[in-house]
Structure formats: C-alpha cells, structure tokens
Design a protein around this ligand. Structure first.
Ligand SMILES: [Zn+2]
Length: 298
C-alpha cells in the first residue's frame, strides 16, 4: 500500500464508524425481522406493553360508558394523503369541513382525545397480521386510529404521559364473498396500489368521514386496557379500545397490503408486534346492548 493510500484510508475510517453508529441510534431504522424481540428501551423493560391477547373470560365485564365519537360523521377536509413510510401505510387526519377535529371521549377516557392519524398492521399470504388476538384468534389486518389527549400540544408531548394517547383498533378479516362494501374503508384500501414504493404518497379521491373508516362495526362492544405503542420506542402512553366485532373484507383488498415495499425494497409484510405479557393488568370488556357473545370473532 502506498503511504498516500494508507493516509486516505485513515481519513475514511472515522466517517464509516460514525455512519453505522448514527444508523443504530436512528429511531426509524428498526424493523420486524425478529418480531420485535431486539427492540430496546421500554420495548423490552416495560411492564404495560401492547399488544396483548384479549379474552372475554379473562376480562372484567363492567358497565363502562360507551365511546362518544365527536365529528366522526362529518367529512374530512381534503386532500387526504396516504403515505407508505416504510413501516406502515399512514394517513394524517385533518380537520373536518366545519373546521373541527374528530375526537373521542367515554370508555376509560377522561376528557377529549383528538384524532391525529390512522395506519394499518397486516400479515402475508401465509399468515394473519392483526396485533391483538381476540379469544385466541388472530385476524388478517388491524387498523389503528391514534388520538392525542387534547390537553397536550402534539403527539411528541403526549407520548411522554400515561394519559397521552387513545387508540381505537378495528380488526379486519378476509371472507369469501363480503355481503357489504364499506365505502370509506374501500376508498383507502383501493389507493394502496398507488403507494407500493417506500415514501410514495397518494390522494384519496372523494369525500370521507372518519366514521366511514369504522364500517358497520358496533362501537358499543369493545375491550379496553392501558398499554403502549406497538412500535419503538413503545411508550406506555396508550389507552386501547379494541372493537370485538371484526369487519369482513375481500381477499383482493387485503392482498394489496402484501405488495407494498419498505425503504430497502423488501416486501413490507408481517408488520405486527408479538403478544406481550399482561402482567396482571385489568382488561375491561363492555358488552354492547344489542350484541350477544355469539358475534365475537365471527
Ligand atoms: Zn399501530
């Protein structure tokens, strides 16, 4: 080696080192390769982590107030943008056409929680991909609508507080010939082929209210418990409300998720976290008045 070349190599070494250490620290560089077992911090040391396995028999059946949905029936102000961020497909939730934000209250929640964004978790052609299990069953897709406690300025502040976030989870299940098409959900799932590539964005055409994303689910029948974000850094800031009724959707609409790609060009599949220990936490189950247990998981 020429002395000159050796000198150049010495100059390059610190740059190479700095590059890898930045990657390791960067929160956006995590993945699902070990099903979340190598995630650090609260993800591994926490005691109120999510998702968990939900079971009617192991829940406290209590007369909780129902969840109240504010401005969920009013059209959102466009343009609505769907983004492939490499971990999921995400939609920011804007104001409604009357200049207000959709919000929820009720259930275990104290005060108002303002809708911030929604995203999905899914499996692959060979495996189902919901995060929560209901009565030992995993479903095909799980949608999360993330809300922030109105007393905090933004999500970054809210994640640092136990009462910071409220997430509504809706499970989807593939059925052979769905009798119903849910127009809102269908618009969003229909846009998936336009965000196949990492960092691709697309606009959802036509009007959409947040309530339309819930299909015909019975919002009075749900599990609720205190847990965490299911992605790094897994802050224990979330009051979860998981609807027990599962929405039927077609194979072709769910299969669009499996064609998405992450930042490295790999297939973006199985983006769900494994089941976490309950650690004695209470899980509450609210029985919707007009639903019998026979509907569960069906
Ligand atoms: Zn999620």
């Amino acid at each position: 080696m020429q002395p000159n070349a050796f000198h150049k190599l010495l100059l390059l070494l610190p740059l190479a080192y700095q590059h890898t250490s930045n990657d390791a620290r960067d929160e956006s560089h995590w993945n699902y390769e070990t099903n979340g077992k190598n995630w650090g911090g609260v993800c591994s040391s926490g005691v109120r982590q999510s998702p968990i396995s939900l079971n009617v028999q192991k829940s406290l059946i209590v007369p909780l107030p129902r969840i109240v949905f504010g401005n969920y029936d009013i059209k959102l102000k466009g343009p609505l943008t769907l983004l492939n961020n490499g971990h999921t497909v995400h939609m920011d939730i804007p104001e409604t056409t009357n200049g207000k934000k959709p919000f929820i209250t009720g259930g275990l929640l104290k005060g108002r929680y303002v809708a911030d964004g929604l995203h999905f978790h899914w499996g692959s052609p060979d495996s189902r991909g919901s995060e929560h299990l209901i009565n030992q069953q995993r479903f095909d897709v799980e949608m999360h609508i993330v809300h922030r406690n109105a007393k905090y300025q933004d999500i970054d502040e809210a994640v640092n507080h136990k009462d910071g976030l409220a997430v509504i989870a809706v499970l989807l299940k593939i059925v052979k010939n769905p009798k119903l098409i849910f127009p809102g959900l269908n618009k969003v799932l229909g846009a998936l082929p336009r965000v196949t590539k990492y960092s691709a964005r697309t606009t959802i055409p036509g009007g959409l209210s947040l309530g339309q994303m819930l299909g015909n689910v019975n919002p009075r029948d749900f599990f609720t418990y205190r847990g965490s974000l299911t992605t790094p850094i897994c802050q224990e800031a979330v009051t979860w409300s998981v609807f027990s009724q599962v929405l039927p959707v077609s194979y072709s609409s769910v299969s669009r998720f499996w064609k998405l790609r992450d930042s490295e060009g790999h297939r973006l599949i199985n983006n769900f976290r494994g089941i976490q220990p309950r650690n004695g936490r209470p899980v509450f189950y609210r029985v919707g008045k007009d639903l019998s247990g026979a509907y569960l998981g069906k």
